[in-house]
Design a protein around this ligand. Structure first.
Ligand SMILES: *[C@@H]1O[C@H](CO)[C@@H](O)[C@H](O)[C@H]1NC(C)=O
Ligand SMILES: *[C@@H]1O[C@H](CO)[C@@H](O)[C@H](O)[C@H]1NC(C)=O
Length: 430
């Protein structure tokens, strides 16, 4: 699809506004005539789409704006993300010391059902705000989130998820290089990674979503951009024990005294197969990727390493953090946790690999996680000492990355996420 306005520099704001209006109008017309409307496309009403231009202009880095305005769904998701949380009538106030919970999800509904059911039994959850961040737009996932009645819920959708772009970046474009060496033979678009492979939108999607979500939650949403305290992050295949919320509150409260060097507090051991030692001490160890929480000043440290994050040639957000971002802090990045896990990673189907278009990873969604009495109450004691686990195995500085993240377009999009809520709009783009 040729976009005559794509490369054009729009110098003054008035002209820019007309350009955007034109672009939106043209995109709508193009969508109407060329793309079969899917069920998800019909979910939003068209009215008020124009009024979105102003919001986007004020909010978005110029190159993101260019990506968004090529896709009608993307514009709609931007708008939908501005809706207030649901269940405000049931839970009008958040507790003063609440830990916000962010659940990031893709499309595994059979898992999300289990996770949401476990959340419904978490003690204290009604005191806080749950943000569900979606990578892609899937009706089945929405239905599950819409059924939540146990706390305030805010749903956000990455407007740049490759899953909502058909035929243009960040989705697959017709001109993308596909195979090793294509870039030398044809005039295709794309840069190979360190192993010679070209980008796969399905694979880069998770790292993009994680970074978009982090920036949006900490710096973008009116509900959380002034939240100084901790935010707890979980995924669609994490089972939380009933004591998870009270335990994370306890850990974050104890952290300054017990482990001043700890950056974070975790619900689960960094070794995902471990359920903990079950003994009477706290643990300071390498930060894990199940049920981690940190506060705004740690986010500031992470955000300052946006270039490290966005240029590291690995499609995994967590390995990127371990191999580049954390080591660049200059001191070991410990997290504090209890001796018994309060969260379990149960998913067996991978997010992006080993599955066809329709998701052929068979899993009946039955999980058998035994919840004991001790998992229902705070099981961390203030008087316990802290054991520091040094020199644990795992990804660290020096690891070269698994690749999959060599395309300059992905790196630029990633950098844009880091500046989208921070820089002042200049009205021009490179
Ligand atoms: C946030 O956490 C860091 C690391 O634990 C700590 O040094 C800092 O004082 C905390 N900031 C606030 C505002 O509590
Ligand atoms: C948009 O983001 C890019 C990449 O991070 C940055 O170089 C550029 O200055 C940003 N533009 C604006 C207008 O903030």
């Amino acid at each position: 699809m040729a976009n005559p306005w794509k490369k054009q520099r729009l110098k003054d704001t008035a002209l820019c506004r007309v350009g955007i209006l034109f672009a939106v109008t043209v995109s709508i017309v193009l969508m109407l005539v060329s793309v079969p409307r899917t069920a998800s496309n019909r979910r939003f009403s068209d009215s008020g789409l124009d009024s979105l231009d102003k919001d986007l202009e004020g909010n978005l880095n110029a190159s993101l704006l260019r990506v968004a305005r090529e896709n009608r769904m993307s514009l709609r998701l931007h708008k939908r993300n501005l809706l207030p949380p649901r269940n405000l009538d049931l839970y009008p106030n958040l507790a003063k010391d609440h830990v916000v919970i962010v659940l990031y999800v893709h499309n595994r509904a059979q898992y999300l059902r289990v996770t949401v059911d476990s959340l419904s039994k978490v003690k204290g959850i009604s005191e806080t705000l749950l943000i569900v961040s979606h990578d892609g737009y899937f009706d089945e996932m929405n239905k599950i989130v819409e059924s939540i009645e146990f706390c305030q819920v805010k749903q956000i959708f990455s407007p740049y998820s490759p899953h909502i772009f058909q035929g243009s970046f960040p989705g697959v474009t017709p001109n993308d290089c596909k195979n090793k060496g294509d870039e030398a033979k044809t005039r295709c678009e794309g840069n190979p990674d360190q192993y010679g492979n070209h980008r796969s939108p399905k694979i880069v999607s998770l790292k993009h979503h994680w970074w978009w979500m982090m920036n949006t939650v900490w710096d973008g949403l009116v509900e959380t951009k002034d939240h100084e305290g901790h935010i707890l992050f979980i995924e669609e295949d994490h089972f939380l024990f009933p004591n998870a919320y009270r335990n994370i509150q306890t850990l974050t409260r104890l952290k300054p005294a017990k482990c001043p060097d700890c950056f974070a507090a975790n619900l689960a051991p960094s070794d995902v197969k471990s359920r903990g030692e079950g003994l009477e001490f706290l643990v300071a160890e390498r930060m894990g990727n199940v049920g981690y929480s940190f506060n705004r000043s740690v986010w500031e440290n992470i955000h300052q390493k946006a270039r490290e994050f966005c240029f590291f040639d690995d499609y995994n957000w967590d390995i990127t953090m371990w191999a580049t971002v954390f080591p660049s802090f200059g001191s070991p990045v410990y997290t504090l946790r209890g001796p018994r896990t309060s969260a379990v990673h149960f998913g067996k189907c991978g997010l992006h690999q080993g599955r066809g278009e329709e998701g052929d990873c068979i899993d009946n969604g039955v999980v058998n996680i035994e919840v004991k009495e001790t998992d229902k109450v705070v099981n961390i004691k203030e008087e316990w000492g802290v054991r520091v686990f040094k020199h644990q195995a795992g990804y660290k500085a020096g690891f070269k990355g698994w690749g999959g993240w060599g395309d300059k377009r992905d790196q630029r999009l990633c950098l844009d996420f880091g500046t989208m809520y921070r820089s002042t709009r200049s009205g021009s783009s490179p």
